[in-house]
Design a protein around this ligand. Structure first.
Ligand code: GRF
Length: 187
């Protein structure tokens, strides 16, 4: 049995899809959904599905004992809208076992401050013809780890950040659970 922890700070639509994807899987189990935001919608998504939740403060994120305790027995950490930098001790303990999803084609439109609608606004502003999703391993820099998967869609002349966000989100929901499954199987 391989155990996944999902770390998320927001609504958790990706987390919900991931939890649903692995329900009943005899080999892969979402063991915990952990958040640094005690009002995050992702916690409700977990409770609804009977998945254990954990909450930690932004200070506790840097406390080795607390975090390693919380993540004890975890094989893969999935970041699904987690808005904080991962501390070095976690990167070391979970080397090549932390995966993130970004709503653009990295290395473009990534880095600090590039999240949510800001990404899609920037894509439109730059006149990009294509956008998409990137699923990548996590290292010490925002959005710079090894790319595992990308999928692109055209940006239409009539697109707004909101319309783009909707289409990109659909891609995320479709691919993230499958790529996680592949990654877990390779561990
Ligand atoms: C997604 O767009 C993901 O690419 C980014 O954060 C967002 C999380 O959305 N890292 P949700 O909370 O899963 O709906």
């Amino acid at each position: 049995m391989k155990n996944i922890a999902i770390l998320a700070s927001g609504t958790g639509t990706n987390a919900a899809k991931i939890m649903d994807h692995f329900i009943g899987n005899p080999q892969i189990f979402v063991s915990v959904v952990a958040s640094n935001n005690d009002t995050a919608g992702v916690l409700d998504e977990a409770v609804e599905r009977g998945v254990p939740t954990a909450i930690f403060s932004n200070e506790q994120l840097h406390d080795e004992e607390i975090m390693l305790n919380m993540l004890h027995g975890i094989d893969l950490i999935v970041l699904a809208g987690f808005m904080r930098k991962i501390p070095p001790f976690l990167l070391e303990e979970f080397e090549d076992r932390i995966v993130n999803i970004h709503p653009a084609l990295l290395p473009k439109f990534g880095g600090k401050g590039m999240y949510g609608n800001k990404v899609h606004e920037a894509v439109i502003e730059a006149g990009e013809k294509q956008t998409g999703i990137t699923i990548h391993l996590v290292n010490e820099e925002y959005d710079e780890g090894k790319i595992l998967f990308q999928e692109s869609i055209p940006v239409k002349q009539t697109d707004t950040p909101e319309s783009l966000a909707m289409r990109v989100q659909k891609l995320e929901h479709e691919h993230f659970p499958k790529i996680i499954q592949k990654l877990v199987r390779s561990l």
